[in-house]
Design a binder for this molecule. Structure first.
Ligand code: PFF
Length: 451
């Protein structure tokens, strides 16, 4: 089944910078600023940071480049890209797993994005409602979740160029500058040093199989890999674009923001004596107000920060919905409008138990039997780590072993004049290193879980 659509009809990024910003917009979001700090906090701080950086360089970057190439090759979506290369095979199920994962991530992500929106107003007016009271109130968190899903729908309905690029271009640099200011305040708080030690001095004896899987999952989550998102975004690239430099730029900026988020949170966390809460999903929302309260004009600065964070989250949810939409429009020939609204309705229903699982709103959902996790925690662990790792594993196997290497190399070298010398390194990573490492980590985790 082919799409029959020309590149012009599907849309293309208006410029190379436009693509990099849009892909960086997908990558940079709550994953960096909300998820990274508390996951690092849960898994030993510096040891996690160390593993995370290794995963980005050796697994994330090659898989990012592979996904971009798969998408650009025939300008197809997450499912269609596999189908174009191996028609009629079961490989398209990898893309399909990505579509399902996209919906599931979008659901719990919107709950947290909704908190971010709520915190804009709360910070601006100096409302003193605690995070716990905020997140446990269904009349606050459910409408905010719905609002955020609605916002994403409105943008995605507009199509790639109007919607996605315009946002990313202006606002990402402002977020970056604001973070620099807040970091300066955080690291100069009295007692901040203990936070820096926690974040930067690794205790490698603390590393377990679960830590490695968490770091690997965080790398994929943060770079938007393992679910066809970069395949979809790559499908809007032209043959003139250099996939390798684009991938490197996106990975670099994404990692920079995550590392900065650690410098923002941990010093202030330890300075406030709140380190016991370092693995709490509410970490960001508990620590930041402490920083805002210690700077002049804190309310305004704080509200601006949450506004920009909400926008960063939006450029990520746009990409999550775009994966599903591109599939339904290209492969199932749905109208774009129908695709986005139906997906949004399903996602909202799926988001409800996540929203209700926080801070004791519905205790049964806050602590699921046997697994000792909240519903949101379960969704986050399953779709934010496990299925992304499985997707990335299968994508690297497909790229390294199934796609004819003469064609994949030709695709990568288009737009990249200096591809030849790095080809063997990339081949080795995608054929052997990535699949084997991810497989070992997954098997090790599975073994420890059922043991
Ligand atoms: N990378 C995004 C973040 O870090 O917030 C989340 C995400 C977006 C994950 C798109 C996966 C994806 F396909």
């Amino acid at each position: 089944m082919t799409t029959g659509k020309s590149v012009q009809e599907r849309g293309e990024w208006s410029s190379k910078v436009g693509f990099i910003l849009a892909a960086a917009g997908s990558a940079i979001g709550l994953g960096n600023i909300w998820r990274f700090p508390y996951t690092a906090g849960e898994h030993g701080g510096a040891a996690f940071l160390f593993l995370y950086l290794i995963c980005i360089a050796l697994l994330g970057l090659p898989i990012m480049i592979a996904e971009l190439a798969l998408g650009r090759y025939r300008h197809r979506n997450a499912v269609g890209a596999f189908e174009a290369i191996k028609p009629g095979s079961a490989w398209k199920l990898v893309g399909f797993l990505g579509v399902i994962t996209g919906i599931c991530i979008w659901s719990f992500y919107s709950v947290i994005a909704g908190y971010t929106v709520g915190f804009i107003g709360k910070t601006l007016i100096g409302n003193t409602l605690s995070y716990e009271a905020f997140a446990s109130n269904p009349w606050i968190s459910i409408p905010l979740t719905a609002f955020f899903i609605f916002l994403t729908v409105i943008v995605v309905q507009g199509g790639v160029r109007n919607g996605i690029e315009r946002w990313a271009k202006i606002l990402m640099p402002i977020l970056f500058l604001l973070m620099v200011v807040l970091i300066i305040r955080s690291v100069t708080m009295k007692g901040a040093g203990a936070g820096l030690v926690f974040y930067l001095k690794p205790d490698l004896t603390k590393i377990t199989g679960k830590t490695v899987l968490a770091a690997l999952g965080q790398a994929f989550f943060s770079l938007s890999l393992g679910m066809g998102c970069m395949i979809t975004y790559g499908s809007y690239l032209s043959k003139k674009d250099n996939l390798i430099t684009s991938g490197c730029f996106v990975a670099f900026f994404d990692t920079l923001i995550a590392v900065m988020a650690g410098f923002l949170i941990f010093p202030a966390l330890f300075a406030q004596g709140m380190e016991a809460q370092r693995h709490d999903p509410g970490l960001l929302f508990k620590v930041l107000p402490q920083i805002f309260s210690q700077i002049p004009g804190g309310n305004l600065v704080g509200a601006s920060f949450f506004l920009l964070l909400a926008i960063a989250a939006l450029t990520s949810t746009i990409s999550l919905l775009e994966v599903v939409t591109a599939y339904l429009v290209d492969e199932k020939h749905w109208l774009r409008r129908r695709a986005v609204w139906i997906t949004a309705a399903v996602t909202f229903l799926l988001a409800l138990p996540s929203a209700m699982s926080q801070e004791g709103m519905v205790p049964a959902l806050g602590q699921l039997p046997l697994i000792n996790m909240s519903f949101l925690g379960l969704m986050n662990w399953t779709f934010g780590n496990i299925t992304l790792a499985i997707g990335a594993l299968l994508t690297s196997i497909f790229f390294g072993w199934i796609w004819k290497s003469s064609i994949s190399h030709a695709e990568l070298s288009e737009g990249c004049p200096w591809y030849r010398p790095i080809a063997p390194v990339l081949s080795f990573l995608l054929k052997f290193f990535c699949p084997l490492t991810i497989l070992v980590v997954l098997i090790f985790f599975l073994y420890n879980t059922i043991k």
